[in-house]
Design a protein around this ligand. Structure first.
Ligand SMILES: [Zn+2]
Length: 113
C-alpha cells in the first residue's frame, strides 16, 4: 500500500533516526515480538509501533525482525478490514421519508436488520 509509506514518512518526528538507534540499542538487536513469526531469526532489524498510530514515543516502539514485523502489520490490517466490513454489513438507515411508506419491500428489509 503506497499511501501508508508516503503518509507515514511525513508524520515521523524529526529525530526518528535517533529514536531508531535508541530502540535497537535498548533491544540489544533482538526481535521483541511476543510471539515470533515463522522465519524469524530472533534478530531485530525494523522498528515497529507497538500500537499502530502516531505515537512515536519510545514506550510505543519495539524492535522486530522482518518476518515478525510483516506478520504484525498483516494482523493489524486484517483487524482494520474486519472492523470496516462490520461497518459495511450494517444496513443503511432508512430515509425518514420512507417510513411513512408502508409497502412490503420496506418491511421486508427491516425484518432482515
Ligand atoms: Zn521475531
Amino acid at each position: 500500500m503506497v499511501w501508508t509509506t508516503s503518509d507515514r514518512a511525513q508524520r515521523l518526528p524529526p529525530d526518528w533516526e535517533q529514536r531508531k538507534v535508541v530502540v535497537k540499542r535498548r533491544a540489544r538487536g533482538r526481535c521483541q515480538a511476543t510471539t515470533h513469526a515463522r522465519g524469524c531469526t530472533g534478530r531485530g532489524t525494523q522498528v515497529d509501533h507497538i500500537h499502530a498510530g502516531d505515537d512515536h514515543g519510545l514506550h510505543n516502539l519495539q524492535l522486530l525482525s522482518e518476518p515478525c514485523h510483516k506478520a504484525k502489520n498483516a494482523e493489524e490490517a486484517a483487524e482494520r478490514n474486519r472492523a470496516r466490513a462490520q461497518m459495511r454489513r450494517r444496513p443503511p438507515e432508512a430515509h425518514p421519508g420512507q417510513l411513512t411508506n408502508s409497502d412490503d419491500t420496506t418491511s421486508e428489509r427491516r425484518r432482515d436488520a
